[in-house]
Design a protein around this ligand. Structure first.
Ligand code: NDP
Length: 448
């Protein structure tokens, strides 16, 4: 088996040697999916996984825009259309200076499995730009978004490819992107998700990724007769996913003690309660400030520059910032400190070595493609509402989100539970469940 996996990975490495994040994502999938393929004749001789690691299409384009001082700026835009076997491409747009082909291909590849897990008919894609929104005025953001969409619009559409937000792309950016798409195409369609509720958005979409990550943690804890109530939780990030993960933990009776951004983390031993969280939301979403300002507002808290929060004592850790933000030594510290559950809100936040330690210790560990799927699932619900030209209530959407997270958890058990030991390998479960649906559709559609 090792030989088969290595043979496959060698091929992928030859073609994508300069793309470390993409290779990391493929390795994790190959190690669990190839043994499954070997056991199931229908997938033999079809090169399904080799087809799945190749994007159906990848576009890269120039984005010119004029900054407030009249200078012409040049950025790169991308859209990776990874797999459309089970539905139109769907996945977020990331605006961050680190964006490149490797990062977007890893995200698009993960998205294919994640979208398959949601049970909704969505293929996988991802896109974005190396544009850095930090420190830009609202007008600069608008001009950039308009310039970006003036090329992207020809590659997407409500039945072709439906982007959403990701790091650096929230409600404000989706608004500007949607405005330009509508103008260029002269049609009002559900081509983007994460829209404002008065113009086609869904209630609960902003909350969905963070809420879903916590619902998934709750489901995992229930398998051990445990729950979130009374637990101490460390969260990284302070953006969309982190904020609503914190909100849901508080609603379920847990105590959140950390948040972070790329400048460091804050720890508040008294707990970040609803009032303090409202302060963070205003700081991050309206004032666009840094998390370090928290200790000025709440002097009993402490700020640690350029550090991640994984050294703080906790029962549950929710990494909600970015890829590879939790490494082997962080995992060791979390385990030494008695952490029993890690539910990933971000995409691939734990390194491969960190995951090995969590699984060896047999704690509850959920990979992002399962635990953060609530965001794209609710985007799928937004698409349905757009097609129906109808809006569901907050409760209706939240109930569907909970149901979907429960279904994903069940699938992870179906494909990931070791019947002898009872241990649930959520990585294996999510990878195989995600793979089966896409692979079966690809088989049915032939070599296209
Ligand atoms: P936001 O832009 O709203 O927030 C990102 C947060 O992560 C910020 O606090 C940011 O800090 C921090 N961060 C970003 N890059 C780094 C870095 N290199 N080092 C340390 N901190 C960093 O993004 P989201 O909350 O939407 O996304 C967070 C994660 O969740 C990403 O991995 C994303 O792919 C994933 N995700 C998001 C979904 C969604 O619906 N939004 C859906 C599924 C997954 P700073 O402000 O300093 O940059």
């Amino acid at each position: 088996m090792k030989h088969k996996i290595e043979g496959f990975l060698d091929l992928v490495r030859q073609r994508n040697g300069l793309e470390p994040e993409f290779l990391q994502a493929v390795e994790e999938v190959a190690e669990t999916v190839i043994p499954y393929i070997v056991q199931h004749d229908i997938y033999h001789g079809k090169n399904i996984l080799l087809r799945m690691v190749e994007p159906e299409r990848a576009v890269m384009f120039r984005v010119n825009w004029v900054d407030d001082s009249g200078e012409i700026q040049v950025n790169r835009g991308y859209r990776i259309q990874m797999n459309s076997a089970i539905g139109p491409y769907k996945g977020g747009l990331r605006f961050h200076p680190t964006v490149n082909m490797s990062i977007l291909k890893f995200l698009a590849f993960e998205q294919v499995f994640k979208n398959s897990l949601t049970t909704l008919p969505m293929g996988g894609g991802k896109g974005g730009s190396d544009f850095d929104p930090k420190g830009k005025s609202d007008n600069e953001i608008m001009r950039f978004c308009h310039a970006f969409m003036s090329e992207l619009f020809r590659h997407i559409g409500p039945n072709t490819d439906i982007p959403a937000g990701d790091i650096g792309v929230g409600g404000r950016e989706i608004g500007f992107l949607f405005g330009m798409y509508k103008k260029l195409k002269n049609e009002f369609t559900g081509v983007l998700t994460g829209k404002g509720v008065t113009w086609g958005g869904s209630l609960i979409r902003p909350e969905a990724t963070g809420y879903g990550t916590v619902y998934f943690a709750q489901k995992m804890l229930q398998t051990k007769g445990n729950d979130i109530k009374g637990k101490t939780v460390t969260i990284s990030g302070s953006g969309n996913v982190a904020q609503f993960a914190a909100e849901k933990v508080l609603q379920l009776g847990g105590k959140v003690i950390t948040l972070s951004d790329s400048s460091g983390y804050i720890v508040d031993d008294n707990g970040i309660d609803e009032e303090k969280l409202a302060y963070v939301m205003d700081l991050k979403n309206n004032k666009r400030g840094r998390i370090s300002a928290y200790v000025e507002a709440y002097p009993s808290a402490r700020f640690f520059p350029n550090k991640t929060p994984w050294g703080e004592l906790c029962d549950i850790a929710l990494p909600c910032a970015t890829q590879n933000e939790l490494d082997e030594s962080d995992a060791k510290t979390l385990l030494d400190n008695g952490c029993v559950c890690v539910s990933e809100g971000a995409n691939m936040p734990s390194t491969k070595e960190a995951i090995v330690l969590f699984q060896r210790a047999k704690i509850l560990f959920a990979p992002g493609k399962a635990s953060n799927a609530g965001g794209v699932a609710t985007s799928g619900l937004e698409m349905t509402q757009n097609s129906l030209r109808y809006n569901w209530t907050r409760k209706e959407v939240d109930d569907k989100l909970k149901e979907i997270m429960g279904n994903i958890h069940d699938k992870c058990i179906k494909y990931g539970k070791d019947e002898k030991t009872g241990y649930i390998d959520y990585v294996k479960g999510a990878n195989i469940a995600g793979f089966v649906k896409v692979a079966d559709a690809m088989l049915a559609q032939g070599v296209v």
